[in-house]
Design a protein around this ligand. Structure first.
Ligand code: ATP
Ligand code: MG
Length: 241
């Protein structure tokens, strides 16, 4: 469903940010992309969305090469929660933002409204429906951004720090929603307990390279591996030596 084959990229010339990255994510898999600040996690997501060109290698999503010719088709299959929700809400209200995707992909207004109400109810944020995007809190924005992709029902979900800025109750809600969501999912987070709960597999990035790729319950309990790469054991394993 997602394939990176020997991918390298750079924001500035001669300063590679990702260095020869390769991995494959099968349909229906939920994969956690972890790594310290600056490791390259958000860059992987930007590449998948075609927001940044790769200097080397090949990226495939939903069976299509990620290039200019296929970008619209690929973006229609990918739902994304960006790290900074500010950059992704572009309509005045939460409702209009939620309407945009489904209407753009040809759903009827009734079906779109049904999906929107279901997504808001699932996340228990119906009260935000007609609020202005610029007049809600950071955590509310993130919840709204997650609701937007729930209403779209994409084949592929990319979530960059979906639980950052959420209170414990909303964090729990989002974890449950992710667990019950069909589709292929790639999630980045520094909340490794959340990654443990939602992902079966983990890819560890460090300095733009893949340092480990394997079952979540193996990688997330490997203190030495995590600490060598400036991470810490999730709380669930923190007391086990
Ligand atoms: N727009 C940009 N221009 C130049 N360099 C950038 C840009 N965005 C990111 N970088 C650099 O690319 C590297 C990877 O950044 P990226 O945002 O992918 O990290 P990340 O793993 O998502 O980190 P975080 O945990 O802080 O979100 C970093 O060294 C960062 O400084
Ligand atoms: Mg990031």
């Amino acid at each position: 469903m997602i394939e990176f084959a020997h991918v390298s990229c750079a924001y500035e010339r001669a300063k590679p940010v990702l260095k020869d990255i390769s991995f494959t994510i099968r349909e229906g898999e939920t994969v956690g992309l972890i790594g310290c600040n600056g490791a390259g996690k958000s860059t992987v997501m930007k590449l998948l969305l075609g927001l940044l060109p790769c200097s080397d290698g090949k990226i495939t999503a939903a069976g299509l090469p990620v290039d200019k010719a296929h970008l619209a088709e690929i973006r229609a299959k990918i739902g994304v929660v960006l790290q900074d929700p500010e950059t992704q809400m572009f309509m005045p209200t939460v409702y209009e933002d939620m309407l945009f995707g489904p209407m753009n992909y040809g759903l009827s207004r009734e079906e779109a409204d049904r999906r929107i109400d279901a997504a808001l109810e699932q996340l228990q944020i119906g009260r935000l429906k007609h609020r202005h995007n610029h007049r809600i809190s950071g955590g509310e924005k993130r919840m709204a951004a997650i609701a937007v992709i729930l209403a779209m029902k994409p084949d592929i979900l990319l979530m960059d720090e979906p639980t950052a800025a959420l209170d414990p109750y909303n964090r729990r809600k989002v974890i449950e929603v992710i667990k019950n969501l069909p589709g292929t999912k790639m999630i980045t987070s520094h909340d490794l307990d959340m990654i443990y709960e939602t992902c079966e597999r983990v890819i560890l990035l460090y300095d733009g390279a893949v340092c480990a790729d394997g079952p979540a319950d193996q990688i997330l309990r490997d203190r030495e591996l995590l600490e060598t790469h400036r991470l810490e054991l999730p709380l669930r394993y923190a007391n086990i030596r």
